[in-house]
Design a protein around this ligand. Sequence first.
Ligand code: NAD
Length: 374
Amino acid sequence: MLWNVNLSRSVEAVTNRDFSLLDLAGEHGAEQVAMTADPETGLRAIVAIHSTVLGPGMGGTRFMAYESEQAALVDVLRLARGMTYKHAVCGNDLGGGKAVIIGDPGALRRDSRRLDALLTGYGRFVDQLRGRYLTAEDVGTTQADMDALRAITPYVTGTSEHLGGSGDPSPATAWGVLHAMHGVAERLWGSASLEGRHLAVSGVGKVGADLVRHLAAAGARITVADVRPEAAAAIAGEVGAVVVAPDEIHRVDCDLFSPCALGATLNATTIPELRCAAVCGCANNQLATEPDGERLAEAGVLYAPDYVVNAGGVINIADETAPGGYDRDRAWTRVATIHDTLLRVFALADEQAITPAVAADRLAEQRIAAARTA
Ligand code: NAD
């Protein structure tokens, strides 16, 4: 594992705590961790590169206030590892990486001079990794931030289309979820058609609302919920869906339940309350704990692993790295292959008598192991 720390001040800041950086990174299997702390701009950032076996470590930059540097490090290590698996299983020639900028983006966004200085410093930091890490938008960062970073370093993805980027990944993510649902339907009912099926979608934000439109076009019956009642009412009015309360949606008697809001919604309390045949949605980290994968299987609910289902966005972004640059048709054709990947996950789960969540991890690990020995 490689460590890069830009300034001795940051070493002091993080070693002055009751935990071992090396042990933490080792436990998460990181190849490299880089940190920077710049007193002039206030930038404090960590990049974790989990694996470059399949390609450069790629994943977004999360900008948020963490309760401690340890919490930030654990988060970035965990997220980078998740990206390795996500790229591997969906067929991207990319490895796992992630970055965090520690701080309150809201406060900084009120001062554009300070924001520009911080982004410039961050762009230089990413550039120093010389392409071992490719960044992108994530919680707390925006496409405008990526466009600004692009002026400093080429190692940025998800920029605006006029800069040669692929733009907002959400429509591609929704397209991928739709194809995952076709896969689930084929597996459960022998036909990919969603016509007449009842879908319950929790969270109708950027991905969820787009997904609901696709489902309506596919002839599905739809129930939606959102903590923003106006968002639920708007999409329901548009497609003729039924609205229920956010804490009721997982209890709706339906064919497919689709978590498209927050993570950890599948847990020891909610799983016994599910009345669906399968769960298939875009939210990250849907299983609160690992045993929840088993719990779903015991409850007779087919689980389509979240990182397989929601890979449309990263498949779309990965196309930016192809020779000749981004091609939307090619990217979206690949997004639709999430259907086939999911069926492979289910087949492996059957073959090895394991849950789909474990099968997805194994598929990813098999691809990485094969690339390592090739
Ligand atoms: P978003 O913020 O646009 O939408 C989330 C929606 O969920 C919002 O409308 C919000 O009001 C609603 N919500 C929040 N808490 C809720 C609750 N308890 N019950 C019901 N609704 C609730 O986000 P998004 O980009 O649509 O992403 C949705 C999920 O998918 C997130 O977990 C995200 O990490 C994941 N994801 C998104 C993408 C992408 O391309 N945008 C890619 C992969 C994964």
